[in-house]
Design a protein around this ligand. Structure first.
Ligand code: UDP
Length: 462
């Protein structure tokens, strides 16, 4: 198959090797970056884990290579995500190195070369391979830039012996990190942070020997944060987001099958009438929250599309706990439940007027791009930082007051969907959407940054 691979490389002189982890929120932006660079004339190789591989049929121009990872039979869940990442970091190192050696030899024979390796911020191991083989590496950060600064802050607090941090001061602003308060930092700081988590945090802010960083964010959202990071890291920083809007055509990247039937249902709903609810690919809720959300939705009178994955409920099967009776009778008519939806299409549909989200960065930026205001229900890590920006800084989302109480849920949904407050949030979202779109046009910040990036990749490789 190496021969076939080379056949494909032949017309494209510079090859970029992408190394994504098998997490939806990280795989998607990496594949999007791949399509963008492919359209700029680079040859794209994706070296991925065997565990939960991307579907090559969705990217006919790319070359895919599975790295053996010893993970067959692994059951990924929210509780062992970092174990999964750490297993990939240790198990895939040798396979990646072997593959790269072979790829480089073959490319050399053809008179072509591997320009650089671009790897996800979680896959620290790639650095040792690229340094060993003297190939430049670049890190792709799929988060908001402000999240990085908040991770730096955790390190600083720990170094200054300020963790555990007093509960009574959590509402105070973090100096130099406006708009974040101590309670908005990505890890709970009122208890000691376990050493493995501190180590992980330290690794994730370290860019090692990478020659640049790429961000799925944009200068118009995060200008000052990005310039601070640029100063701190000393290497070029390319904010080229939102990636999904830079692609010539949307590529399919979902691990789970997207249920398209919601679109015909949406066609029958009035503009801005439907709330879309999704907690991304990882976050879970407990049974009580499931029940309260169901009744809050039912009582709000608002039509809904609700994504519940088969592993969305903590430690049990969805069907065992679903409210019976009058809630179930709403389904099909006033509301739909899906295991996985074509989220970007749903958000872009004129019938969708609000998004109840866990505030993962992909979901956040997808919602901004479609001008859909949000209900923010962050679960962990960067979601907490993103939610603070959405609710407080940009004022395009509201935080739900008490998620385990159907009354508060009903009230929040109505505030977003029918009250003046929600309309004002939608207006502000539309202004943000316009700004993001302007950044993608010729002369706009992401557009120019992408051109700089392609020139940079060509120059580091020659
Ligand atoms: N997504 C989707 N269908 C769904 C739920 C989510 O296509 O039913 C996509 C969503 O569009 C986004 C990604 O999954 O691109 C989730 O990434 P995010 O960063 O928001 O959250 P994570 O899953 O990493 O927590």
């Amino acid at each position: 198959s190496m021969e076939r691979d080379m056949e494909q490389c032949r017309t494209r002189k510079h090859t970029v090797v992408l190394v994504p982890p098998p997490l939806q929120g990280h795989m998607t932006p990496m594949l999007q970056l791949g399509s963008i660079l492919y359209s700029k004339g680079f040859s794209i190789v994706v070296a991925h884990s065997e565990f939960r591989p991307p579907d090559p049929l969705n990217h006919p121009g790319f070359i895919f290579h599975a790295l053996s990872d010893n993970l067959s039979g692994y059951q990924a869940s929210i509780n062992n995500l970092l174990d999964l990442i750490s297993a990939i970091n240790s198990n895939c190192r040798a396979p990646l190195q072997d593959y790269m050696v072979q790829l480089m030899e073959d490319q050399k024979l053809q008179g072509y070369q591997v320009s650089c390796m671009i790897y996800d911020a979680l896959l620290f191991f790639v650095d040792s391979v690229s340094t060993h083989l003297k190939i430049p590496s670049i890190i792709l950060r799929p988060n908001m830039a402000a999240y990085m600064l908040s991770c730096h802050c955790i390190c600083k607090l720990q170094a200054e012996n300020r963790i555990p941090f007093p509960e009574s001061r959590l509402q105070e602003p973090v100096p130099e990190l406006h708009p974040l308060r101590f309670k908005d930092l990505p890890y709970p700081i009122t208890n000691a942070i376990p050493e493995w988590l501190m180590d992980f945090n330290a690794s994730s802010i370290n860019i090692r020997s990478s020659v640049a960083t790429i961000w799925n964010t944009t200068d118009c959202l995060e200008h000052s944060t990005l310039s601070r990071l640029q100063q701190c890291y000393k290497v070029p920083c390319f904010p080229i987001g939102p990636l999904h809007k830079l692609e010539a055509a949307a590529t399919a990247t979902s691990f789970l099958e997207e249920d398209q039937s919601c679109i015909s249902w949406l066609e029958r709903q009035p503009p801005n009438s439907v709330i879309y609810i999704s907690l991304g690919s990882i976050a879970c809720i407990n049974e009580q929250e499931l029940t309260e959300t169901a009744w809050g939705l039912a009582n709000s009178g608002i039509p809904f599309i609700w994504v519940l994955r088969s592993d969305s409920i903590d430690g049990s099967q969805l069907d065992d706990h679903f409210p019976e009776g009058s809630f179930k009778s709403l389904l099909g008519e006033r509301g739909l439940i899906f295991k996985w939806a074509p989220q970007k299409k749903v958000l872009a549909h004129r019938a969708v007027g609000g998004f109840w989200s866990h505030c993962g960065w992909n979901s956040t930026i997808e919602s901004i791009c479609e001008g859909v205001p949000m209900i923010c229900r962050p679960h962990f890590a960067d979601q907490i930082v993103n939610a603070r920006y959405l609710t407080y800084e940009w004022k395009v989302g509201l935080e739900i007051e008490n998620v385990v109480d159907r009354g508060s849920i009903e009230k929040s949904i109505r505030r977003l969907m029918v009250e003046v407050e929600g309309k004002e949030m939608r207006q502000r979202m539309l202004i943000m959407k316009d700004k993001l779109e302007a950044g993608l046009q010729k002369g706009g910040s992401s557009y120019e940054s992408l051109n700089d990036l392609t020139e940079f990749i060509t120059s580091v490789s020659s």
